[in-house]
Design a protein around this ligand. Sequence first.
Ligand SMILES: [Zn+2]
Ligand SMILES: [Zn+2]
Length: 264
Amino acid sequence: MFELKPEYPYLYETHFHTYESSRCGQSAAADMVDACKAAGYTGIFVTDHHWGGNTRADRSLPWEEWVDGFCTGYYAAKKRGDEIGLDVFFGWESGFLGTEFLIYGLSPEWMKQHPELRSAIPFGNAPEIEDPMTPEKQYPLIHEAGGMVIHAHPYREEPYIPEIRLFPDYVDGVETINATHSSPVSKSHNNPEYNVRAWAYAKEHDFPVTAGSDIHSTNLFMGGMAFKRKLESSQDFINAVLNREEYILTDGVNWYDQQGNIID
Ligand SMILES: [Zn+2]
Ligand SMILES: [Zn+2]
């Protein structure tokens, strides 16, 4: 049985995909929210696959309608979270030819005002796009708006990721624990070495670190980050990460400090 550390009672899932908005999503957002609440999470960040990733919304829609479609999973999660008392925050996972980033701190309304996000080259297909959105262009765009860019699972190896590409000048931090890699209940991407390498990368650059499960169903891996206090908002989360406030990280099996040491 997974247990919280009493000094860090507020656990957050930071990497969460829904059936409604991610093509690889397997469970409805509301059911996943119920599962997270029952499992002891205080909150979640919904991070569905965006334009350049395995998104579900129809890319032929006009931008604002596409954003509404993209946010379906978030809205369903938020509605259910409000009903049962789980904090639900908005984020997304951007994709650039297989390299992925978790974006926190911005809103669906902000997204509607930034149709240039649509020039990310779609997952699984590389049509000629003039002046595409790239990780180098994404970073200042997200930053100027007050958001945070985290490199998701930087060392995962899969056919959908043609090569490992690192962008140390264009991220705020690194997802050092992706519980999909290490959880005994995960059925994909199973190689804990991917997390070991991510920790080494974060140390090399002295990056702030995050942890999440990358869940796609109600089969939870119990990854995440635990804080001493309740987070007020996405911005509060960003500040806590960037300021390296006291928090601990988990892959659902062990607890880790921000240097990657296992805590008893
Ligand atoms: Zn996915
Ligand atoms: Zn993901």
